[in-house]
Write a new protein. Sequence first.
Length: 310
Amino acid sequence: MLEENIIYSLFPKLSHLILNCMHECEVGICAGRIKLTELTYGCPTVLADNQGKCDRFKVVIPYAGQTLTWEVIFDANCPKEPPDFIFDADGFLPDMQYLPSLNQWDYMDPGSLSRVLVELLAQYKTYQEQLIFASERLSFEYKALIKDTEITSHDVEIYSTRTENRVGPINFLIKLPVDFSRIPAYILKACKVDPGEDAALLLVTFNNPEGTRITPQLYLSPRVENGLGGSSQLRIPGFPDRSCLTEYVQEVNSLLTNKVEQIVQCYEKRRDYMSALLAHFGRSVLEYDAEGFYKVSFLFEWNDFFFMIY
């Protein structure tokens, strides 16, 4: 929903909370932005034109390769009161003692709603972790991943789809501990879109708790994808039969780490080669690529014959 439409429809005394939520609140390991949808008015005599009346809406939150849709309910007659929430997950009941921003609601603080959503999402993450402990396979995979790798629980989001007849698919969204800071800056800054945080996320989907079919997907932030040569230059292997999540995550992490190391080494060798050329022929240089060290041109003279070498 366009921001101008949201501002047009919102009850004015709630706008400072909503705008902060839209612009400042980054949630989850992918640092995603919250979106608003379905703005409505709580009064049953609502008119067709909702300009400045809407006091309830739904927030769409990126989480574990899915989106959570929660309804936020304010009261336009008492705008300073904290909101109520309706969640789209059966069985999720947040514990009020872990919601300090809601217990000590500060209407004047624009970040109040954003902090409540972050605290609720932290409890939802714990709720999802507890759900998978009912499965021996999933419980083993998650605990081993946290124990045997550099990845912590803060780097993993879990989402389990549940119906009356079955459990699954189950998503593990994992932030890989790859150091992208060594990629030369000129490569990263070439990205034309909003770069966001440099990160690599691995989404591993178990079709069911027994793991009879497992599908991996790799997501790279825009600058990283550009720095590694685009998505076509990087292919992750399929999830091997009789393998475990820990082994597979380490394999993909090593693949990315080696790719970064290859890019850095090539850059350093070009830089050293360029330095050697400039040391020998510096007085003859016309121009050279001082960022990527891909090109250089010289003007030489031999027996009154002048020529250029590129």
